[in-house]
Ligand binder design. Structure first.
Ligand code: ATP
Length: 238
């Protein structure tokens, strides 16, 4: 059974159809990437899974249970966490305070403290800046903080919306290394949105190309490695 099974979802914003019959399966432990141009529907897909927007048709199953229509906070407690595009960290709060916010729904405070130390051990730059206001961190550090904060909810499924946005290639590589390390140490399954396939083919197990609200191409990173089919699906050349 797939950990996540999105089946034929349709989403509309007013008259604008954002997703038209999107299906996606994610097995436990996989890194699955969704790539597509601006406005393709990538953020909407993650929002639908996390419960932030409600598809008017289709079904979403997480861990075998239907979750469509379940409120976002309930979906979060089931083990789904979203790292939104633009990070949305609290700039005037410290790194430590941002991490606490990630864990605010958890009652197991001793475990929270242990998780915090384990995650910070993977992120020495954040550990060094633990009492800095988050707004003073670099873009890459803020992205790492956004990921760390999401991991503090103890998710099984982490949804990451465009982690490379506005960051230098070297920093993007570091972010991906950390995501892969977290997959190992925290047992995460990852769905990652990106605009370009550059990094994705190196780090993902499977890749989906989304354009105009539909998956145009899906395959393993190995199958799509030469990039030609991706370019065709992405730009819509027939
Ligand atoms: P980006 O890379 O710009 O984030 P995306 O692939 O994530 O793009 P979405 O943000 O999911 O795409 O948007 C899909 C479509 O839905 C776009 O045409 C967008 O303008 C529209 N859209 C998104 N959110 C809303 C909203 N709240 N109200 C109206 N239209 C919206």
């Amino acid at each position: 059974m797939a950990l996540l099974d999105v089946s034929d979802i349709h989403v509309r914003y007013g008259d604008m159809v954002a997703l038209r019959g999107l299906s996606l399966k994610v097995e436990e432990g996989e890194v699955v990437c969704i790539i597509g141009p601006n406005g393709a529907g990538k953020s909407t897909t993650l929002a639908a899974i996390a419960g932030g927007v409600r598809p008017y048709r289709g079904e979403i199953r997480y861990d075998g249970q239907p979750i469509l229509g379940t409120p976002p906070d309930k979906i979060a407690t089931m083990g789904v966490s979203l790292v939104p595009e633009g990070r949305h960290i609290f700039g005037s709060l410290t790194v430590a305070e941002n991490l606490i916010i990630g864990a605010y729904m958890r009652k197991d405070k001793a475990e929270v403290a242990r998780d915090r130390e384990r995650i910070l051990a993977l992120l020495p730059r954040l550990a060094e800046r633990i009492d800095f206001p988050a707004g003073r961190l670099s873009g890459g550090e803020q992205q790492m903080l956004a990921v760390a904060r999401a991991v503090m909810t103890r998710p099984k499924l982490l949804l990451v919306d465009e982690p490379s946005l506005g960051l230098a290639p070297k920093i993007v590589d570091q972010i991906y290394e950390i995501l892969l390390e977290l997959r190992k140490t925290e047992g995460l399954t990852l769905v990652i949105n990106e605009q370009s396939s550059n990094r994705v083919l190196k780090f993902a197990d499977r890749v989906n190309v989304l354009r105009q609200g539909e998956i145009r191409l899906a395959g393993t990173a190995a199958e799509l490695a030469d990039g030609a089919a991706i370019r065709q699906a992405y730009f819509g050349f027939e």
